[in-house]
Design a protein around this ligand. Structure first.
Ligand SMILES: [Zn+2]
Length: 287
């Protein structure tokens, strides 16, 4: 957080230095672009193959084969969800929030990809529909589906609050869900839990101090975020104890609701779709 009263005087050319226009770090025009029309056409006649209701303040895992879709839907009331994705055959390949943010911006929507961590770095899911895309950015700089937060966790909670042993933070919920799915003991499952896509959560950074903020999610029952699985995915979704995140999380005070996950199998894969191969970097690191 920047000091409200800086300790060092501005140089004579401060205004000129600050007036330099920004340059986009990673122009995404060079990325392989998803053929959204082909993805969406593949939804015609698809079959729903799984339905998982994630209870409030809990998480559940789900499997999505490559070439299938999954959809996260708000049911009953406003609720945000914390999403983790892994390669179903290798927990070492998992969603890379930081680089996804660097490529696509602070908040994701239709057409954006979810990228996997180094040394894999390939698209593992593509967003194919977002009923909250109308929200764009509000006057506070807030938007939905961020990749700037991490996930609420009991360690930060213990640091910031007195007497906090809270076990239903998204970090612990995801740990329990992954442990149940894989059979890994909780301490081993925990290290595979990673920074999330904050589904339906409305967040941003304050203009004056740059602090992470949240506000009541605009999500309403019936809203959904839909994904296409580029590889065989193992997913886990936590219905955050913050509910719609209008007030606080890491407690049992917020009104919480379930979230619905549905998996759909298309009749045929999208026309022209090719599963992503390994990253082209040779991994010799100059040695
Ligand atoms: Zn949470």
């Amino acid at each position: 957080m920047k000091l409200q009263a800086p300790e060092h005087p501005a140089p004579a050319d401060a205004a000129a230095r600050k007036a330099i226009a920004p340059v986009i770090c990673y122009p995404v025009e060079g990325l392989p672009q998803p053929d959204l029309a082909a993805y969406r056409a593949a939804r015609d006649g698809w079959t729903r193959t799984a339905e998982i209701l994630v209870p409030p303040r809990e998480a559940r895992s789900f499997d999505v084969p490559a070439g299938h879709f999954f959809r996260i839907t708000s049911v009953e009331g406003p609720q945000v969800g914390d999403l983790n994705l892994w390669n179903a055959h290798d927990l070492g390949e998992r969603f890379f929030s930081g680089k996804t943010r660097a490529l696509h911006g602070t908040h994701l929507s239709t057409g954006d990809r979810m990228w996997s961590c180094l040394p894999h770095m390939r698209p593992i899911a593509t967003i194919t529909d977002d009923t909250l895309d109308w929200y764009a950015f509000d006057a506070f700089g807030g938007s939905v589906h961020d990749v700037i937060g991490t996930r609420c966790d009991p360690y930060t909670h213990a640091l910031l609050s007195e007497g906090g042993q809270y076990h239903h933070c998204c970090h612990s919920n995801l740990t329990r869900a992954l442990s149940a799915r894989t059979g890994l003991p909780p301490h081993q499952a925990e290290v595979h839990v990673h920074d999330v896509l904050n589904v339906f959560m409305c967040t941003g950074f304050t203009r004056d101090t740059g602090q992470y903020f949240m506000k009541a999610s605009p999500v309403r029952p019936g809203d959904h975020l839909e994904f296409f699985a580029e590889i065989d995915l193992l997913g886990a979704l936590s219905a955050c104890p913050g509910g719609d995140c209008s007030a606080e999380h890491s407690s049992d005070t917020a009104a919480c609701h379930p979230l619905l996950v549905e998996v759909f199998a298309p009749k045929e894969p999208p026309a022209g779709w090719v599963p992503p191969g390994a990253n082209a970097y040779d991994r010799t690191h100059g040695i």
